[in-house]
Design a protein around this ligand. Sequence first.
Ligand code: ADP
Ligand code: MG
Length: 476
Amino acid sequence: LWQQCVELLRDELPAQQFNTWIRPLQVEAEGDELLVYAPNRFVLDWVNEKYFSRLLELLGERSEDVTPSVSLLIGSKRSPVSRAAQPASLVPPVVQVSASLVVDESPSAKPVDVQPAANPAALRTERSVQVEGALKHTSYLNRAFTFENFVEGKSNQLARAAAWQVADNPKHGYNPLLLYGGVGLGKTHLMHAVGNHLLKKNPNAKVVYLHSERFVADMVKALQLNAINEFKRFYRSVDALLIDDIQFFAKKERSQEEFFHTFNALLEGGQQVILTSDRYPKEIEGLEERLKSRFGWGLTVAVEPPELETRVAILMKKAEQTKVELPHDAAFFIAQRIRSNVRELEGALKRVIAHSHFTNHPITIELIRESLKDLLALQDKLVSVDNIQRTVAEYYKIKIADLLSKRRSRSVARPRQVAMALSKELTNHSLLEIGNSFGGRDHTTVLHACRKIAELRESDADIREDYKNLLRTLTT
Ligand code: ADP
Ligand code: MG
């Protein structure tokens, strides 16, 4: 029943709001009572204020006889607090060292000789130097990634606000802070901004930033060097640990194990942990449940692709920073055409600026057309979502309105999924934008459709044929 109401609410709310506030809630039935758990006070207050009465309303409408009473609590139904106390598993550290894990730019990264050395004392010194070498280079923050340099817009407002709270007011206890969203949307930037701000407030703070692959590589190295205790001590001694792209922990069990313990130790010590991921953590395959659930304890916030105004503002800001004259209409022209993410947007601007320098011409729309010629030509080849919807509706002999409707019968749901998958493949709209074009669905629905169709194209000859025909119609 609760699940039904949550699903209804999902249809009513923008995806970002749903993902940030409703998704982390856990529910447990106790007799006639529903216990709804929020991971922290921030979420609890917000849900209470904004969504609770609506949820009760939905519950009331849907209950057959008695409406269950509902309590909103802070915590988690599986009371994971006790899990922290479980001893680390005693599995010996079997390490699979794959080449990609030990790539390292630092000079200390030479292959390690694990043969016992003749002189144990010498071994010890050498080892500790190597361990230090292996760990020391982790803490670099990019000074350019600050809050001042971060352009705020609707798409990143919540993430920015949450990051700012953590940076300026750690006492709130949003720990861990987890930012998730597609590539090039500013997650790494915001994470560094928090680190930079913490350092500004306390220059002696030990703020460590590293990519999750780095964590894995360091751990592998520490194991090889028999220095796992130093490794542990190092990570547990920090004031703030920033780990980027945690999706790379997937399927790396030993690293997850190690990270889990580090993570618990930090949370218990009141040290701040900030994480980023390219998708909602619960959707990372090959990540242990206990980690997923722990990640949800703090505050999890989505970063969405920037809308047009934000893209323009970002371009203007970057131009200002590089002291380049960028007329507003020129910024608008670029922002309208480069929609996928901020990194692409920056890349395009850099090309335009370089072109303007080399030719010694001011930036005009003409100059932009010239410098981004190949990109724009690619864009022209792209098909519009409208066109895809029209073609798919015709092909399956249904109405376009059915594709946009909430109807769930197979006869329209399947074509709708096909149309969504085609939109993802043939346009450069984000999942969010595609969802919006299909009657305001959220990005996870589109993602699900793309996966489903990919799967069916393997297993179902009809779908495979349909998809091939539609692709041909749309691209020739
Ligand atoms: P992600 O980690 O989400 O893949 P990054 O943080 O690396 O993305 O951002 C990619 C680039 O875009 C960086 O150069 C970053 O400074 C810039 N960027 C992203 N969002 C913004 C923003 N809102 N304002 C200014 N620059 C941004
Ligand atoms: Mg990043």
